[in-house]
Design a protein around this ligand. Sequence first.
Ligand SMILES: [Zn+2]
Length: 454
Amino acid sequence: MSEILQKILLAKDNRANLRNTFSAKKNVSISLSLNIASYPKTNKNISQFFNLVLADLKIFLLANKVFIDNRSEVNSIDEAGNFFIAIVKNKDITSSEIKQITEEFEENHKLGRFIDVDITNKHGKNVSSHKKKLCYFCNEKPAIVCMREKTHSYPELKSFISKKINDYLFNEKKKQITKQLSSIALKSILYEVSLSPKPGLVDFYNSGSHKDMNYYTFLNSSAALAQYFTKFAELGYGFNEDLSKAISKIRIIGLQTEKDMFAATNDVNTQKGIIFLMGIALFSASYVFYKDGKFTISNFQETVKKVCKSLVYSELQNLQVYKTHGEKCFEKFGLKGAGARHEVEQAFPTVVNFALPVLEKYFRGNKKEEIELALRKTLLAIISKNNDSNVLYRKGESILKKLKIFSKDAFIEDKEYNKVCKFCIKENISPGGSADLLAVSLFLHFTKKDKNEF
Ligand SMILES: [Zn+2]
């Protein structure tokens, strides 16, 4: 007998001994191991896979009211691979009922044939399902037959297993990152809209310079946006084409999002601007995680630049007829009126250079007042630098200039904030473009802080 085989058998003996100590005290035990034909039986990826399966199994058991005794848990790695065992606390459920439940788990798992959940009853006997598992490689003969007859070569099996596990881990990571990024995006737009009071913008207490929407219109709209945030991030994670090809694909999701936004708000444009900006930000942040495994602002900016290359030219300079507000604003004011398109083409300079340092400095605690101060300061820092096309389009350059100066004053002296709010109401202006940039700033700040690495 080979030395390796001897070591594996010894490890299996030790596992059997553990089961026996549990059954000696009339306990039913449940164990998890993987069905890995290659050797060594584990490595970094296999262990990661095992831990994900174990976490899913624990939730599955809990959902089916099978309770395991945490104190009895053993989670180890030996020559036979990864291994978990624990005592089942329930006394009112038979071991074959537990077996049925765990079989359902195996059958529904994407890589269920790699997974072995074994139940040992209180007499120390393995509870068998009497079902023969098919070989995961050929999917034709029972696994035990292929194993005995050595139907498949060792390298064949090894590369098959590692490919399946790597694909599984990739998808799990993608799910985790897109889930977290979209959650941060939603949090960011809710923070922005909730900051109250705000100059000319919709907030919790009033609707600023807007007649057709209020705080609740924004909640309706945000709820409609939420599911699409995941889609922008999913597009970025695993994107393998040239980045210049991304913008039209981002736009497809953007247009679907807009459609749902209008449906949720009775045709009021609440968040068209943020859909565009956050769509690009989500795609790019997710792409950075995919490429680098971690998030940095410089790699984020590099990605955004490639995605939005020549955007102002292709969407504004190159036009024959100027129709929308944004287009007309560019026709009249040139680059100064290019708004969000110019900001993304330059990879968010207002956000990165002026907003993020302010958030870094002021976003310290979790108290309401602390958060509000940080948001207010950041919004003012943005307004004082941004050529907000909403303001420019409606009132022209001199009012925009005044707004920027007042905001700068209020940034320095917090008590001047009301003056900015009153000015916006008097002039009937709403710096919506700046509010959108506040949301993007929050998104980048939280992504950088919370989820630097996965
Ligand atoms: Zn086979």
